[in-house]
Design a protein around this ligand. Structure first.
Ligand code: F3S
Length: 387
């Protein structure tokens, strides 16, 4: 793989051990994927930052990256609790102190303490921009909705990219790999909720394909839900929607499969996932809620109260929460809680409950492995949980 002078110098250790290690990671990955060279990136996003996920081995690896700063805008995925309210999530002092150490390591590296899976609400890369993001729901949004270019990095390769300012030039960075390999026709127009069920279904059954949808509701939150569910249940890094997403023209490979999905098929699929036990809690905001979603929720729940014996939790980023303080008040006046910095999957909050209402395919994919769940339309659930 070709390296320029600066990359050679990083690899030789001239610029310190952390950069040597980072460049070695980029090189190894590039060689594995037969990349001819690297490409400069403008932004990076690091996942796997919850102590729940990376444990002591992960911290030991992070400790090796000392005396160095990131060279591009770098964002962090959610951690295991909201920084201001760790005890709402856990009383395990070891968990809290280790999680705090992870955040400090990233702060010392100059990483932005965004703690969200929606970095695009902080920084929206332009069409054609090369980035190195790791969060699966964010990379599919960046590729499909924004037209930026990123592979699904691991936490450690994203960190290596943020330090070196480079990633290996392969996969979704290359034009020829961004074309759809499967044409999806449906007998319904996927909307905010049905898109997440459809995404879950497609990921499970068409792993590794890039879908081209004939129709999906033209709404950013719907596209966010669709992509998040697909890339969680299957490796689907990008999709196109006719007349909507930026690369749909010429976005379909000439040699593609064609499938037709009926609404009854995804309803049947959802029924199989769902428990018949009435849940005591709703957890929503996977991926983290946008301002628009918060506005819709606030309008729906205004002057309502969470029923006795029920709990309602929402998750968003600190930026979006701060920008919507009046709406947040309306929602929290019902007895619901909006947390930042964390989510229902990477925090231990869900462990307090046996059965959960979820409104997103991605969260149901992960939580459904451990718990009984009911995946349903957010506003339908709120109708049941509030009075
Ligand atoms: Fe975000 Fe957690 Fe879902 S990181 S995409 S809310 S699993």
């Amino acid at each position: 793989m070709y390296l320029d002078k600066e990359e050679e110098s990083m690899l030789s250790g001239e610029k310190g051990e952390a950069l040597r290690l980072a460049m070695e990671i980029i090189l190894k990955l590039g060689e594995f994927y037969n990349a001819e060279r690297t490409i400069k990136i403008t932004s990076s996003q690091i996942s796997g930052v919850s102590y729940k996920n990376i444990g002591d081995a992960g911290i030991d690896l992070l400790r090796k990256f000392k005396n160095v700063k990131v060279s591009v805008k770098t964002f962090l995925n959610p951690i295991g609790f909201e920084l201001d309210f760790p005890y709402d999530f856990t009383h395990d002092e070891n968990f809290i102190s280790k999680q705090m150490e992870i955040v400090k390591i990233f702060n010392d590296l100059g990483v932005y303490e965004s703690l969200t899976c929606t970095p695009y609400y902080y920084y929206s890369p332009s069409f054609g921009e090369h980035i190195a993001w790791a969060e699966s729901s964010a990379i599919v949004y960046a590729n499909s909705v924004l037209g930026a270019r990123t592979n699904r990095e691991s936490g450690i390769s994203a960190l290596a990219s943020s330090l070196t300012g480079r990633t290996s030039y392969y996969g979704m960075h290359l034009e020829e790999n961004r074309k759809a390999t499967i044409l999806v026709e449906t007998d319904f127009k996927p909307d905010y909720f049905t898109s997440t069920v459809l995404g879950l279904y497609l990921g499970k059954n068409f792993n590794g394909k890039i879908p081209y949808f004939k129709t999906v509701e033209n709404d950013l939150d719907t596209l966010k839900q669709l992509g998040a569910a697909m890339n969680a249940s299957g490796s689907i890094p990008m999709f196109h929607v006719e007349n909507i997403t930026p690369e749909y023209k010429n976005g379909l490979n000439t040699d593609h499969e064609k499938i037709h999905i009926e609404f009854s098929e995804i309803e049947e699929f959802r029924e199989k996932i769902n428990s018949n036990i009435e849940p005591e809690v709703l957890m929503a905001g996977c991926p983290h809620l946008s301002s628009n979603e918060i506005r819709k929720i606030a309008t729906f729940v205004k002057n309502k109260k969470v029923k006795n014996g029920k709990s309602v939790y929402f998750f968003t980023s600190r930026k979006i929460k701060n920008e919507n303080q009046e709406l947040v008040k309306i929602i929290e006046n019902t007895g619901a809680k909006i947390y930042t910095d964390t989510c229902m999957v990477v925090s231990p909050l869900k462990d307090k409950f046996n059965t959960l209402y979820l409104s997103s395919g991605k969260s149901s994919y992960y939580i459904g492995k451990e718990k009984k769940i009911v995946l349903s339309d957010l506003f339908g659930i709120l109708e049941v949980m509030m009075t």
